[in-house]
Structures are given as C-alpha cells and as structure tokens.
Design a protein around this ligand. Sequence first.
Ligand code: CUK
Ligand code: CUA
Length: 640
Amino acid sequence: MFNSTKKMFALASALAILTGLNSCKPKTAGTAVSAGAAEKVYVAPGEYDEYYGFVSGGFSGQLAVYGYPSARLLKVLPVFSVDPEKGYGYSEETIPLLNTSHGFVPWDDLHHLQISQTDGIMDGRWVFANANNTPRVARIDLTTFKTVEIIEIPNSAGNHSSPFITENTEYVVAGTRFSVPDDGVEYPIHTYKENFKGSISFISVDKTTGNMDIAFQLEVPALNFDLSHSGKGPSSGWFFFSTYNTEKAYTQLEVNASQNDKDFIMAVNWKKAEELIKAGKGIKKTVKYAHNKYNEETHTASSEIKTEILTLTPDMLREICYFIPCPKSPHGTDVDPSGEYIVGSGKLAALLPVFAFSKIQKAIDNKDFDGQYDGFNVLKYESVLYGEVEKPGLGPLHTEFDDKGNAYTSFFLSSEIVKWNLKDLKIIDRSPTFYSVGHLTIPGGDTRKPSGKYAVAYNKITKDRYLPTGPELTQSAQLYDISGDKMQLLLDFPTIGEPHYSQIIPAETIMKNSKKIYNLEENKHPYVTKNEGDARVVRDGKIVHVYMAAIRSHLAPDNIEGIHVGDEVYFHFTNREQDWDIPHGFAIKGANTAELLVMPGETQTLKWTPKQAGIWPMYCTDFCSALHQEMSGYIRVSPA
Ligand code: CUK
Ligand code: CUA
C-alpha cells in the first residue's frame, strides 16, 4: 500500500514559518541590486522594449501587459472582470462575454496565462487565461489585445490547474481545484470520500480560428488539482498534473491535507484519450455551461448555453492515467525544454524531485507499481525518479528553465530564486526576492526554446519596497538578469492585482501581427453608421435605436429629441476614424448603465432607459482633438 506516514512536527514548523514571515526589512534589501542595473533596464524615450510580458492580475480578474526590460505598464487587458477603462462588460457588445450558466459574473480571479504554441514554441497568436472562481477559460486575440472567447467548465470548482496547453495548442486543459459532485447535485459534505470527485477537461482549439470547445472531460479521483504542464518532445502526448490532498480531507485542509509524506503528480496520456474519443468511445453526459464568443467582424458577442460533454469510462481511464508519488503537496509541475525531466515542487518538501519521462514509460511497461490509489496504478517513486535536488530551499513553488540546461525554482518560505543544474542537480546560485516569490517567468521558460536573458519574480508580499499607500500596498515583481552564472537583481516594479503566472515573448512576434484600426468598410455590426448622412433615430414602439456617428470633432446626431421617459434607448455609436489610436468615448449625464469607449472603425452600444424628463448633455470622454470639448450634444427627454 502507498506510504502515508505522518510527520506532524515537520509540518507544524513549516506552518509556523509560513504564517510568521517577513515582518521586517532585511539589511540586504537595498544592496542586492547589481552595479549597472539601471543601464540594463533603461529603454530610451521613443524606443521599444525587447519583450512583451503578459502578467496575471490575480484577484483583479484582468491581465497586465508590460514591456521588458523597462517594466513599463503598457495596458491592462480586461478578461474576467468588468473594466471601465476599456468599456469592457458595460457595452451591449461585451456584456455577453461575462455570461455564465449562473448569469452575469462581473468579477473573477485570474491565475494563469499561456501563449499559444506551435511545435512547443510560443507563436504569439493568442493568450489563454483561467478564471478560478466560476471556472472558465478565456482566449485573448493578440492582434487586437481583446478577449474574444470565454468557455465555462462544468463539474469543476476553483479552476486552478488551467489553462495550460499542449505543444501545438491542440488542447487547453482545465483541472478542478475543489473536488465536487456533478453540478447541481448535493450530498452531505462528510460523504466527501464517496461522493466527491475530481475532473480534468480538455478543451480543443481550432487551428485556424482559435475557437474552443470542450472535447472531453475525465472524471478522476477526489484530489485537489493544483497545476499542470504539457509534455513535449519525447513526452509529447502526455500531460502532468500536480495534486494534493491524498488524505481526502474536507475540513481544516491546512493541517488535514498536509499529513501524507507524498501526494501525486498525475500523468495523463491525452493522445490515447483523444484516440478513444475519435473512435466513438466517448460517453455523453448532460451538463450546463456557457460558451461566449466575440465576433471581430460584427463587433458583437454571443452567449450560448451548451448541455453535453463526452467522458470516458473508469476502465478506459485506468489505461490512461498513472500516479507518480511526489513529496508533500506538490504545487508546480514543470517540464524541462527537452521534455525528459519533470520537476515536482512540494510546498512543504525539503527536497526537489526530478522525474524522468523515459523511466515513467519503462515503469508503465514493466508494471512497476507501488499499489493503487482509487483503482489507479501508482508508479514506484524510485523507479521513475531521475534524482533529487537536496536542500534547495523552503517552500518550492514553480520552476522555469533557461537555454543552458539550468532550472530556476521559486521558494516562497525562504523567499528566493534558486538556480540549479538539470544534469547533476547541483545548486549554482541563489538570489533573495522581496518578498515571498510565487511564480517566476523566463521568456519561453516553459517552452522548447527558452531564452537565458531575464527572469521575473512575481512576489506575494510587498511590505517596505515602495512608498506606503495605506493598509494595502501594490503587489510587486522583480526583474533579474540571468545571463551570467550569478543572477542579478535589476528592478522592482508594481503589478496590478496579485501576479501569478506570466508569459514573456519577444516583442517582434506580437508586433508583426498587431492591428492598428478596424476597417470601417468591413464593419458588419447590424447597427453600424458608416456615413454621417445615415446617422438617425429610429423608433419601434418603446424601443429607440440611435444610429450615431463620431469623427473629430462632432457627434451625429448632436441634438436628439422625441425621447420619452420609459423608452428603451440604444445608442449605437460608430467611431468613423481610420487613424491608429483615435478612440472616442461616449457619456450621457445620468445614464446609470454605462459609458462607452469605441475604437477606430468599431461600433459599440450603450443602453439607456431615461427615468426623468429633462435635458441630458452627452459628450466624448476621450481627448481626441483640439476641439474635443466641442464634441458634445443634447438629448431632450419628454414625459411619458
Ligand atoms: S498559483 Cu499563484 S503562486 Cu494560483 Cu499559479 Cu503558484
Ligand atoms: Cu472624441 Cu473627444
């Protein structure tokens, strides 16, 4: 039977460190910066950065776009939360994107990002992001930097092990953090062991359009799925999920889910699952999930509720999924650029195990098992282990790789990045982080072709690094030069929300496909106004459509009469500009629904139901020309 010795003392001391951390500023804080740091991050005015960094905004539900090495914040990209700066989630066109099977959800928690890949290298077409709370995966189009698709994941809760992708973006995976019964089913919580279960979903991505669909969902034992990463090269066709809570605890998890010496990394042969599904072996299951799409030609979004997924039988699953014992609640599971090594980071482990994919294959072939877990074969730890990194640090979380065969692991408790060599597992260097690093990212650091230039640490605690701003401080990240043997801290910079994972990609890859305007001639919005002469007010009973056209520096129509209290008025606002970076905004006094921000060539709609007679001024909110203040008008609302 699988070893489950309890080591309460070690655990208690680890938990004590965990909670009593970093109450004062280390003396080294100010001196840790290397000489010449300023020069290395200086990007002269008018010059571009070398890399784009896409950084999770954590509980803000958004993601941030930075230029590296300057760490200039370029944009906040709205994904799972409404964002007035972009008009996201306010216009009639973007509201459907935040629809779920539970209705409109205006705020979620975004943890991980992954840029689409071709042959295991970032291709810069899309970035995928996960919503943790109400489980969803989003796709952002990197030609327009717009969220264009969001798919909900049924039978999941705390969609944390997500949205990691396969080498050619065939699938995005989503593993559930909370084990739960099927949606809509309730059991006594103390029947967790019998009635709760885990799920991992494979979402297919269309090669041409990027459109997602849930290809299949696998029901797996009740475990907490934490993170995951795709195999590559020799391990192509496999996916690795870190899991914790082999104890199957459902109360006081911080103690009860930390008892066993080892939890698991689950290795899944998704190629085999795909074959079974393609051979018609999938079983239909009734579910409910929203699938939302934004159409960049019509500039409108739709939300559809879908009701069916495919799953495989437990018998089939046992031939596809294997458990690898991994010390003490593994968090990150990271596959090296060659695809042979898998690093498991046990949050409470005193060592870092590295597994070899070739040994995993051999152990499966030889049936070299160490018992079973819920009927699934557990591989023998010693048989699949390549080696252990000894005394690496405290609280390992995540590992990324450079182009020289080195690995970099973040340590939350000892607050440092540790550089070690993949071949001999010897530690090369350590560098403190201020404070308590979570994720770290190297450009391409989880792909087949990493760069060895920079690493960015995304920290959980800020404390004394910046000017105080009341009880809450900005979150913090740090940029390191990793081109030499020793890591060098170059820069601190603030982030939005709490940064979790990020992706860093050469700027060139994104810039070459970047879109500057929407072509007005190609605008297929049903209420577009392409020519100013077509601007008009059309009444249909209580519903009024205002076809509005905007160009520097006036609105058409600029005086609107004949609106009555109780009418449902739709302002379809077309920005007729065809110049890069000339948005127009739209605001009406007292409109309690929203404002708009409309890009060149785009149409967006503001819905307003006036409740009071009067004169209601309207104007453009985005300073667009010397006569921006003149870009205004009046709406007369008469009694019902
Ligand atoms: S988690 Cu944030 S530090 Cu949600 Cu990726 Cu590891
Ligand atoms: Cu348009 Cu100001």
